[in-house]
Ligand binder design. Structure first.
Ligand SMILES: Nc1nc2c(c(=O)[nH]1)N[C@H]1C(S)=C(S)[C@@H](COP(=O)(O)OP(=O)(O)OC[C@H]3O[C@@H](n4cnc5c(=O)[nH]c(N)nc54)[C@H](O)[C@@H]3O)O[C@H]1N2
Ligand SMILES: Nc1nc2c(c(=O)[nH]1)N[C@H]1C(S)=C(S)[C@@H](COP(=O)(O)OP(=O)(O)OC[C@H]3O[C@@H](n4cnc5c(=O)[nH]c(N)nc54)[C@H](O)[C@@H]3O)O[C@H]1N2
Ligand code: SF4
Ligand SMILES: [Mo]
Length: 699
């Protein structure tokens, strides 16, 4: 029986998998973990098996589809590109602006990234948006400011640390994020087995919190208070000890001067964690054993997101754990993005309607709807989305939904008719997932060990289908041609990758990596500072003026103002979901309903809410009706609804997902709640009200 060794491309973990195919056919018999993969060691999760469902899904589009009213009509690629190009050229001639939205699956598709510049050039626009600004751009901004390059991610050294503190992350459901860490549950067990500790800070007692030594509930959005308090507690106890980093720290004293105006008791009060617990945690982190603080979505998609990540980096520096074995370490990847891309930029230009500064060449995703809907010179009249579902994933998705209903040209590169792509004039679908090759270009550099693995396609491409990168490149050519521009040269992704590998310090070729189908282990991380820094003076720029201002201005004001009363809404992830797009897999959809509102018994009781009964959930942005699930796993004052649901909108063609469509949390989140430094959406901590939803005219 033919077996294929591959890397799963669904989430950041990049587990090795073995796919068994029936002889002489394309029938997938099994998808299992690859025990010979040195990195994932046989681990997989249910989403890997769902790749077979994706490959075979009858709802998955296979040909270009043109929308005619409410109907979809299949067309040839030639007809699709010709029509799109002609419409685009007319629109540009009339002064119409265009925009591009790049969704999350592109982070798992190296080949698209090799062609994106062509498309941006052909579109001729600065209106570039991505899922990064509902996700990780605050990390990148801090790294650009303090280490001199946005891609210098410090990675928790889980296999050698003695204390891991996870703030606002739930790797047991997410399998790790901005941290490629397959088999994370086993790695956490090993940590505890060697006498190490796991501490989790989260408003919900998550799956990860369940296996931790210590879990502290925290009031949503109050993390900067905790982080400042931890730093001050170390300072007061004389425990600040950057060790060998000390000579690399620029502006270190300035930072402490700014921090020392706050007092621990007030900060503790605000975040709801006892002062004694904060002091104990600070002492443990500053102890002799290696320790590391890691923060994710709960602190990245918050109003103080950039401040949070700066403070987390300062904590790892203050304890001497940055660039230390068992601490937060920098990788030495086979394909080095740090060496081969620009450091990053902020504020070179601003968005038309709200004046958001550009960050890394993009505007915040919260600004997409207003750029389409606001009339005037520069109004966006044409949109291309690549593997994105912003109606469900960006705050106030309803506003974007309405804006898209009225746009002149919308081209979606996607394989489903979703809440977003239902508005497209054309949907251009990629070939099946196993007809593509895979290399974790963006994820290997954030892996907890240095590793590389290349997966060739399992199946030959079905005649008449195209890979995403081909669609992007050919669309770029068609648009360029229609505007009378020179036709861009298309370099195959494999060639780009091979060049990047060879130009990196390890000097590997693609062939070297292909020679190891189970993956090439490149070893544990090693200390890399100062030479890895990209600041011109090779120091760590601790005292970033924008951050000091945010700390002493916006944060201090927030701390002085009375805390918001009432319920705050947070999200959650489930092992069997993946953002908005694996819900059409029968295998993954089974089991109890997941799109429920978790509410603490005290909050339910005070509002007359019964377990399982529908409630009306209202924010300043919108209202949804959803079943309540009463649970002590959320802290009082906090309710939790997963994101990625809301498939019930008219015209969505996801038959399995629509059996239990759920509601979209982003019909409640607000475009006005952002972290102003990064423009990242504040998805957590939306103020909401909950009341029983009474059936109309029952009885
Ligand atoms: N199964 C599955 N895996 C996934 C995904 C998926 O949808 N499903 N999505 C992938 C993607 S794109 C990403 S970015 C990653 C995300 O990876 P993670 O960040 O690990 O995932 P989340 O489950 O969103 O974890 C965020 C945690 O923050 C908590 N939280 C909410 N508000 C606050 C707050 O104010 N403070 C603190 N301290 N905590 C807070 C939440 O309760 C939650 O437990 O997961 C990836 N992996
Ligand atoms: N309230 C709230 N909102 C959130 C989050 C949250 O925690 N809470 N999380 C945020 C995060 S971290 C993220 S990353 C974003 C994700 O936001 P998006 O990237 O906008 O959305 P996804 O749900 O990942 O949708 C991916 C789309 O790509 C399509 N697709 C999948 N694979 C491929 C492929 O190989 N090729 C092509 N062409 N298309 C493909 C799918 O059909 C789907 O339509 O959501 C964000 N939104
Ligand atoms: S954890 Fe992620 S990479 Fe591993 S099998 Fe599951 S979806 Fe695939
Ligand atoms: Mo994400």
């Amino acid at each position: 029986m033919p077996t294929h060794i591959r890397t799963c491309h669904i989430c950041e973990a990049n587990c090795g998998i073995v796919i068994e195919i029936a002889e002489g056919s394309r029938d997938i018999l099994s998808i299992k973990g690859d025990a010979a993969n040195p990195f994932s060691r046989g681990h997989t999760c249910p989403k890997a098996t769902a790749i077979a469902d994706l490959e075979n899904d009858p709802d998955r589009l296979r040909l270009p589809m043109r929308r005619v009213g409410d109907e979809w009509v299949a067309a040839s690629w030639e007809a699709a590109f010709a029509d799109i190009a002609a419409r685009f050229a007319r629109l540009r001639a009339a002064g119409g602006e265009s925009a591009l939205y790049v969704g999350n699956p592109n982070a798992h598709n190296y080949s698209v990234s090799t062609q994106l510049a062509l498309l941006k050039k052909a579109l001729g626009t600065r209106n570039v948006f991505s899922a990064g600004s509902v996700d990780q751009v605050p990390h990148q901004l801090v790294q650009m400011w303090i280490y001199g390059h946005n891609a210098l991610f410090p990675i928790p050294d889980i296999d050698r640390t003695q204390h891991l503190v996870i703030i606002g992350g739930n790797p047991l459901a997410s399998n790790g994020s901005v941290w490629t860490v397959p088999d994370v549950k086993k790695r956490l067990r090993d940590l505890r087995a060697r006498g190490g500790r796991l501490t989790v800070i989260d408003p919900r007692r998550t799956e990860t919190a369940e296996i931790a030594d210590t879990h502290h509930f925290i009031r949503p959005g109050t993390d900067p208070a905790l982080l400042v308090a931890l730093l001050l507690a170390m300072d007061e106890a004389g425990l600040v000890a950057p060790g060998r980093l000390a000579p690399l720290l620029a502006g270190w004293e300035e930072v402490w001067a700014a921090l020392r105006v706050f007092d621990i008791a007030g900060l503790a009060d605000r975040c709801g964690i006892a002062e004694a617990d904060i002091r104990a945690l600070a002492a443990s982190l500053a102890g002799p054993e290696p320790a590391v603080v890691y923060g994710r979505i709960g602190v990245s998609t918050a109003e103080f997101a950039t401040l949070n990540h700066w403070l987390i980096n300062l904590l790892n520096i203050a304890t001497g754990n940055l660039d230390r074995i068992g601490g937060a370490m920098f990788s030495s990847p086979a394909a080095d993005l740090v060496a081969q891309s620009g450091a990053g930029s902020r504020g070179r230009f601003a968005s038309r309607v709200s004046g958001h500064p550009e960050l890394l060449g993009e505007f915040p995703a919260v600004a997409l709807a207003e750029e389409i809907a606001t009339p005037g010179p520069g109004q966006v009249r044409a949109l291309v989305t690549i593997a994105g579902n912003p109606v469900l994933s960006v705050p106030d998705g309803g506003a974007l939904d309405a804006a898209l209903a009225d746009i002149d040209l919308y081209v979606a590169i996607d394989m489903y008719v979703t809440a977003t792509t239902r508005h497209a004039h054309w949907i251009l679908p990629p070939c099946g997932p196993l007809e593509k090759d895979h290399y974790p270009l963006f994820l290997a550099p954030i892996a907890t060990r240095n590793f590389a693995a290349y997966s060739p396609p399992v199946f030959e491409a079905t005649p008449g289908t195209k890979s995403d990168w081909q669609i992007v490149a050919e669309l770029a050519r068609a648009l360029a041609g229609a505007q009378g521009q020179a036709l861009p040269n298309i370099v195959p992704p494999r060639d780009v990758l091979d060049r990047m590998l060879r130009a990196s310090e390890r000097g590997l070729s693609l062939a070297d990596i292909e020679a190891h189908p189970h993956g090439l282990d490149l070893g544990e991380h090693v200390p890399r500072l100062p030479e890895r820094l990209r600041t011109p003076d090779k120091t760590i720029h601790c005292a970033v003026p924008e951050l000091l201002e945010d700390l002493t201005g916006r944060f201090a004001d927030w701390l002085a103002a009375p805390a918001a009363a009432g319920l705050l809404l947070i999200g959650r992830r489930h092992l069997r979901n993946n953002n908005s797009w694996l819900g059409n897999s029968r295998r993954l959809a089974k089991g109890p309903a997941r799109c429920t509102l978790l509410i603490h018994p005290d909050d339910a009781g005070a509002r007359g809410v019964a377990d399982g009964a529908d409630v009306t959930l209202t924010s300043d942005t919108g209202t949804v009706i959803v079943a309540a699930e009463i649970s002590e796993s959320v802290m009082p004052g906090t309710v939790s609804l997963p994101h990625g649901f809301g498939h019930g909108r008219d015209g969505v063609r996801l038959r399995v997902a629509r059996e239990r469509p759920g509601v979209s949390i982003n019909d409640l989140t607000s475009r006005a709640r952002i972290d102003p430094l990064s423009g990242n959406a504040a998805l957590v901590g939306t103020p909401v009200e909950v009341s029983p939803a009474f059936a109309v005219a029952a009885e």
